[in-house]
Write a protein that binds this ligand. Sequence first.
Ligand code: SAM
Length: 293
Amino acid sequence: MTAIHAPAGVLYIVATPIGNLGDITARAIETLKSVALIAAEDTRHSARLLQHFGIQTRMASYHDFSDDARVEQLLRTLLDGQSIALISDAGTPLISDPGYRLVSAVRAQGVKVVPVPGVCAAFAALSAAGIPSDRFTFEGFPPAKQAARLKLFESLQREPRTLVFYESPHRILDCVDDMARGFGSERMAVIARELTKTFETIHGDTLGALQQWLRADENQQRGEFVILLRGAEPVQDEQVPPEARRVLAVLLEELSVKQATALASRLTGVKKNLLYALALEGAASAGDEPSST
Ligand code: SAM
């Protein structure tokens, strides 16, 4: 294999495995070997990875809550013409992981930032879950506090795109319980656990059934999780009469989605959440004829 020599003064964003060490790319290894410094979320954790691949590059720690002095220090190294690779504990840096502050500071100075892509748990889960992946929204970790979590789920209830969440073992049960409350227990979801590892499990069912499935086997509550939810089904024609659609469409020309749906609901008696969903779908059309019946 030809060695890749890092051009001077580049910040490489290098993805590392999320469990199976075989998932590191050849380019990632070459980059980690060739740079002057590896900025790592947890240097002790990453030392094992580097040792496994015989990488002897010096490491320094970096978090988004590192002080400005650390960002300055890394920036100076780059401006001095030395390249740095940023890695996180697992997967792609900046995806629910540190790096945003550094990347934005480095780019603001006109220094080149180059991704060295690889594994990301969200994409691995999406690729194997068997639910729509053409349009999705990545929500990261839901809030730890229940009130905030429920509020978020309720606000996403009518989202038509697939929803992707990360969750930790100590909150998986509470999270799925609250999803069943916020999205309804009939919503289809997939739990992708321990991806690329020995106990990898990808299991899909309704949220109600998943609550029972998790409780029936404590082993299913262990490890790392991606939870994928099917998006909301489009509003059916029979759920919103043509007259209500027309009222909504007219109001949307003048008002915000929230105001228009609230007012249309008062005027037509159709549920606000249905009108809201319709407004988001862009399905309300001012050209629709009112019902003749
Ligand atoms: N940067 C990582 C990525 O690219 O996916 C994510 C880091 S985030 C701090 C860690 C979370 O990612 C875990 O709590 C879990 O939700 C998800 N995750 C990471 N590895 C996973 C795996 N092997 N299987 C399932 N989910 C995983």
